[in-house]
Write a protein that binds this ligand. Structure first.
Ligand SMILES: Cc1ncc(COP(=O)(O)O)c(C=O)c1O
Length: 418
């Protein structure tokens, strides 16, 4: 065995994809046209698998702020936050996040991935415990791998299992960090945060919520699930990203605990990487303001999510457990068949994410779709129409359903926090 032999299996899988002429993990966006359209394989496609929930990537004010920062402060900082990469604008953005959440402490990281690595590797130590929901994102799992703490999983959204495990920990429950997400990235369902907040208080544990997919999506001012559920005060650490609703690159954490600020001196993913570029910080500062004042954008996003979800439901698709802007279509098909379906959708002008086990929660392939406030109703109808045609040609839905969506009339939209 050599160093490289272990890659044979992966190489064979990659070659098989090439043989089929399909590689969903290497799609090239030849030209990005707008938050919802691009040229891929020479064709115009509707983007229905991005995380551009508020459609801010092309917002003129974000672009103007980024251009100004680029001209005045350069392309990059060439240093970490701990060294020369700590610009006044990084601190200004931290103050704005702190103010937005009404928490005194805030730290900005270079990505959301690094924010999770930093928190989980540096906060819980050797005698502590991380108790995470099984469906948590890879960045949370990777943070756990970097941590010295004992790592225990509880069943996804299962309060009995969480309670049982906290009870078993006895006095160690007070040295435990419970980790959940606001909206889960694959199935689009929400954590039962009220119940989690209650049980965490009962046992004296700490709570971290990754609001990556719920920032800008839930809550009256877009702060996420904790705001929507009215349990902000119970959350000890909120982690998030600029790479979804804020339309840029970067990550953050806010907290009522001063120890978050101390992590700047110990968290390796904060210390040993270059800080976000001035342009990213500048566009994010504007996007955060637009997000906070963006109730109309949120309403449009939810209206789009309803329209899309109901359209797919009418076709008979197997969808995620809860209506949300993240809309997974679960496939009971083999990987090869799922690949063909994904490829046909692309050929017909629809881009979605194909997710395969082990990255899926229940060992089935899924087509992960996501809605944006920037999608038009016409685009959503084209998406549903294309799903109907492709699914019917693959016999995934009865062919009569091809016509169901034509009469589909969306029910009135209910925005969760109104
Ligand atoms: C739940 C969750 N947390 C963290 C991240 C990482 O965010 P970023 O893209 O900023 O690294 C993601 C990204 O997909 C995510 O889905």
């Amino acid at each position: 065995m050599t160093l490289l032999d272990k890659f044979q299996g992966l190489r064979a899988a990659r070659d098989q994809l090439k043989g089929l002429g399909v590689d969903p993990f290497n799609v090239v966006v030849e030209k990005i046209l707008s938050p919802t359209e691009a040229i891929v394989n020479g064709h115009r496609v509707i983007l229905a698998g991005t995380n551009n929930y508020l459609g801010l990537t092309f917002h003129p004010e974000c672009i103007a702020a980024a251009e100004k920062a680029l001209r005045e402060e350069g392309c990059g900082t060439t240093g970490s936050r701990m060294a020369n990469g700590n610009y006044a604008d990084h601190l200004a953005l931290e103050r704005e996040f702190a103010e937005f959440y009404g928490k005194p402490y805030s730290v900005v990281f270079s990505t959301g991935y690094l924010a999770n690595l930093a928190l989980l590797s540096a906060l819980p130590g050797e005698d502590d415990v991380i108790l995470l929901d099984a469906d948590c994102h890879a960045s949370i799992y990777d943070g756990c791998r970097m941590s010295q703490a004992e790592v225990i999983r509880f069943r996804h959204n299962d309060m009995d299992d969480l309670g049982k495990r906290l009870r078993r920990l006895k006095s160690r429950a007070q040295r435990t960090l419970v980790v959940v997400e606001g909206i889960y990235s694959m199935l689009g369902d929400q954590a039962p945060l009220k119940a989690i907040a209650k049980v965490k208080r009962e046992y004296g544990a700490f709570l971290m919520v990754d609001e990556a997919h719920s920032l800008g999506v839930l809550g009256e001012t877009g702060r996420g699930l904790a705001e929507a559920e009215g349990v902000d005060a119970a959350v000890d650490f909120i982690v998030g990203t600029f790479s979804k609703s804020l339309g840029a690159i970067g990550g953050y954490c806010v907290s009522p605990h001063q120890e978050l600020d101390i992590l700047r001196y110990t968290a390796r993913p904060y210390i040993f990487t270059a800080s976000s570029s001035p342009a990213q910080i500048a566009s994010t500062r504007v996007a955060l303001r637009l997000l906070r004042d963006g109730n109309d954008l949120r309403k449009r996003l939810w209206a789009n999510a309803h329209r899309f979800y109901q359209g797919l439901e009418a076709l008979g698709c197997q969808l995620g457990p809860q209506m949300s802007p993240v809309v997974p279509i679960l496939l009971d098909e083999s990987r090869e068949q799922s690949l063909r379906v994904w490829h046909d959708l692309l050929q017909r002008g629809v881009y979605v994410n194909l997710v395969m086990p082990p990255a899926t929660p229940d060992h089935r392939c899924l087509l992960r779709c996501s809605m944006s406030a920037a999608h038009t109703e016409e685009q959503i109808d084209v998406l549903v129409e294309t799903f109907a045609a492709v699914f019917s040609s693959h016999r995934l839905i009865p062919s009569r359903c091809v016509f169901c969506f034509v009469s589909f009339a969306p029910t009135p939209v209910r925005v969760p926090w109104l």
